[in-house]
Design a protein around this ligand. Structure first.
Ligand code: GLN
Ligand code: ZN
Length: 753
């Protein structure tokens, strides 16, 4: 019985990777200094994992931005325009990740998408008919060697070929065209690693937990039949996570591989599949320690599960990479009776070895301690919350009158022009903003000084919005660190870590709060600053809230009550806030559901029954009680909702803005086909990249939108909030946006005359 992990947080205990990378981008560090910092971090992590007593230690789980992008560059799946950029390979890599605008060219970043049902994002590799797949990179070998030089034998990890092809986009070509070359390239990796002395390789294949039938199953079989014909003596671990592999379990256990990694947390059928039989000559990497949540593992339950598995060779592992949890509880200052319930990445290493010890010795003290922890109830229920939920009726979830009627009422009320312009909510969170907030938090400045600071920022940015002619203004969200923690701070039932950062994309992290108990609104959340902003201007100011599904999805959820129940509790708290804003004169309220899609079950057959059937009503509950003339907006940070358009429609908001520019506005065809009724603001430029779109570029995009969506229904906005951008680029981009919208509006009006 040994232990293993799938991957470890790469950003570092104090987010060293983030800070060093950003310094490099600002030319405050040389490439050598950045490489050295990355090296130090990798070695530190390997040592930490080793010292914790873990047997299977991964390498190449590190990345400067994203491991899918690493795999694409390893295999030469890079657009020609980037390959020929006169930059170092590191800078070309960052150009793919973030776009590049400078002396050597103007390159858009690769599209970025959510990594399965997580808040991590990967970059989408682009295949074209001219793509020549071959092994051209060395990262996986370099990092293996680096670990060896540090005295540590590792198991190199790479995105598996089926997942890699499934996540990529194909232009004038298809996945099958590349199978032969891709398999050869993976085999070249095997050969080289084997020559270097590696024993195992881990192929991450989370794609296998989705529906894998028909053509997809054929592709999977075709790849693996060829791939495993030449392994160069390496042992192959096919690692899955985020669900169970019910469609291909039988295929997998008959493959000539040595290890199979399965997720026992999100994989509802995993235990049952393994119980039906597991080959004696293979090793099961049992993902029993939850890699996605921060609660302690219930050892007795895990040990009981092991007893039911007919497995001869067992490795105790995590359910997915520890990338999705923060580094360590040690740097938190929760009271001990709270802290004892948490296990972050470092503590999970200890859980794996505890479980290992408990299996051989049931008298091990760790097991007794764990049993004592779970013997007591953790929290007391909040009777008011339960009472309120019990009184909900079907009508509590329905807004009156219907959408079309509301649209008329609202137009009569607001008199907005054609193609109204707005932004998604936040303006640049400059160092000054962040520093002032931090000083306030540490009580270094008074409430009055802080309020003055925020108030001045709001006024200044309102003035700018008026000057450039935006139609619906926002206050800018300067008072918020992020869109969930800020809300959680005003809610009962929430806890916050100080250092619980989790990577979201590249150098960006989030610090998900922890839902500790029943949730209720303690006091108004946004009313003060929204009404302050509205008092400064005669234009409409949009209130800005985070929706219940996103609050839940970007928190670490409870495991003792259902997510559905937690979400309804949050929805009621946000409903209180919506009604408070309305009472205080806010006429447009945006309820962001940036994360609604990311928790969509990976198997399509579960979408409604396991998720949308409660997530959509929870959103409706939030706004069902507002007046017809109050306009409800929602925002989503992605555009892949082609398959759930009816559900989006069913949210029954009045307007939706979403990301579209990085995905070439593909969503518009689907909206047209499905007769989408809501007004839409497809993001007209990509805010995740520092490049500034020109007026001409945005004008073209608006024209493309108007080909698909009736002009009365179109809003013009960026594709997300601007908080991560610098002031200069944010202002220039939005100025270009308003100029473009005004130009097209003039064309339309001229045509109409
Ligand atoms: N209103 C939020 C903002 O602008 C929305 C952020 C998001 O969608 N992630 O920052
Ligand atoms: Zn967004």
């Amino acid at each position: 019985m040994t232990t293993s992990i799938i991957g470890f947080p790469r950003i570092g205990e104090n987010r060293e990777l983030k800070f060093n990378t950003e310094k490099y981008w600002r030319h405050q560090l040389t490439a050598e200094q950045l490489q050295q910092a990355a090296h130090d971090l990798r070695v530190k992590h390997w040592q930490l994992i080793k010292e914790a007593g873990i047997d299977g230690i991964p390498s190449n789980d590190f990345s400067f931005f994203d491991t899918t992008l690493d795999t694409a560059t390893l295999f030469n799946v890079v657009p020609a325009a980037v390959k020929t950029l006169d930059l170092s390979s590191l800078d070309r890599y960052f150009a793919l990740a973030r776009g590049y605008q400078g002396d050597h060219g103007d390159i858009k970043a690769l599209p970025m998408k959510k990594w399965y049902n997580t808040n991590y994002h990967y970059l989408v590799p682009q295949f074209t008919a001219t793509t020549r797949v071959k092994l051209v990179g060395t990262k996986i070998f370099d990092e293996y060697q680096e670990a060896r030089d540090a005295g540590i034998q590792t198991r190199p990890v790479i995105v598996g070929p089926f997942t890699f092809l499934s996540l990529s986009e194909f232009h004038d070509c298809q996945p099958a065209d590349f199978v032969t070359d891709l398999v050869a390239a993976y085999q070249a990796v095997f050969a080289k690693l084997a020559a270097q002395g590696a024993e195992w390789i881990q192929l991450d294949e989370p794609e296998l937990v989705k529906d894998v039938t028909g053509k997809r199953r054929e592709l999977f079989t075709a790849i693996y039949d060829q791939l495993l014909a030449a392994k160069s003596g390496l042992k192959v671990l096919v690692q899955t996570y985020f669900g169970d592999v019910r469609d291909v379990y039988t295929d997998l256990i008959h493959l000539p591989i040595e290890g199979l990694g399965l997720d026992f947390h999100e994989g509802r059928q995993t235990a049952q599949l393994v119980q039906s039989g597991f080959p004696a000559d293979k090793t099961l990497f049992a993902g029993v320690v939850n890699g996605k949540n921060i609660w302690r593992n219930h050892y007795a339950q895990t040990l009981a599960l092991f007893k039911t598995l007919p497995v001869q060779h067992l490795v105790i592992s995590t359910s997915c990479s520890l990338l999705h949890v923060p580094f360590t509880v040690a740097n938190e200052d929760f009271p001990d009776q709270v802290k004892q319930h948490f296990a972050f990445a470092t503590e999970k290493l200890g859980e794996l070895t505890d479980l290992q010890a408990s299996l051989t010795d049931p008298a091990t003290p760790a097991l007794a301690r764990n049993q004592a922890l779970f013997a007591q109830p953790r929290v007391q229920p909040n009777p008011q919350v339960h009472d309120r939920i019990a009184k909900l009726t079907a009508d509590s979830f329905v807004r009156h009158p219907a959408l079309a009627q509301r649209a008329q009422i609202q137009q009569a009320e607001f008199h907005l022009p054609l193609l109204p312009t707005t932004t998604i909510g936040s303006f640049p969170q400059t160092r000054e903003v962040k520093r002032t907030r931090a000083r306030f938090r540490k009580h270094e400045i008074s409430q009055a000084d802080y309020d003055h600071f925020i108030g001045e920022h709001i006024k200044e940015w309102l003035k700018w919005q008026e000057d450039i002619g935006l139609d619906v203004l926002v206050h800018g969200e300067f008072e918020r660190n992020d869109m969930v923690e800020y809300f959680g701070q005003h809610l009962d039932g929430y806890l916050f870590s100080q250092n619980g950062w989790v990577q979201s994309y590249g150098t960006r992290g989030v610090k998900p709060p922890i839902i500790w108990g029943d949730v209720a609104r303690k006091r108004p959340i946004t009313v003060k600053w929204s009404t302050f902003a509205q008092r400064q201007t005669t234009k409409l100011v949009k209130g800005m809230l985070t929706g219940p599904v996103t609050i839940l999805n970007w928190s670490f959820p409870r495991e003792d009550i259902s997510q559905r129940e937690s979400t309804i509790q949050i929805a009621l708290a946000i409903q209180d806030e919506v009604l408070d804003l309305e009472r205080n004169g806010i006429k447009i309220i945006q309820i962001d559901e940036a994360a609604l899609r990311e928790k969509l079950p990976l198997r399509q057959s579960d979408w409604y029954s396991e998720y949308l059937d409660w997530a959509v009503p929870a959103f409706r509950l939030v706004h069902s009680q507002v007046k017809p003339e109050t306009q409800i907006h929602t925002h989503m940070c992605y555009s892949e909702f082609t398959d759930i358009i009816p559900a989006i429609q069913d949210l029954d908001a009045d307007v939706i803005s979403f990301e579209a520019s990085r995905s070439n506005l593909e969503i518009l065809d689907a909206l047209q086909k499905e007769h989408f009724q809501l007004q839409v603001g497809p993001g007209v430029y990509d805010i995740h990249s520092p490049r500034i779109p020109s007026v001409a570029e945005i004008t073209t995009t608006i024209h493309q939108i108007l080909e698909k969506v009736p002009e009365q229904k179109v809003w013009i906005n960026p594709d997300c909030g601007l908080k991560t951008r610098g002031i200069t680029e944010a202002k220039a981009s939005v100025e270009h946006l308003t100029a473009a919208a005004q130009a097209v509006r003039a064309e339309l009006t001229a045509k109409g005359d």
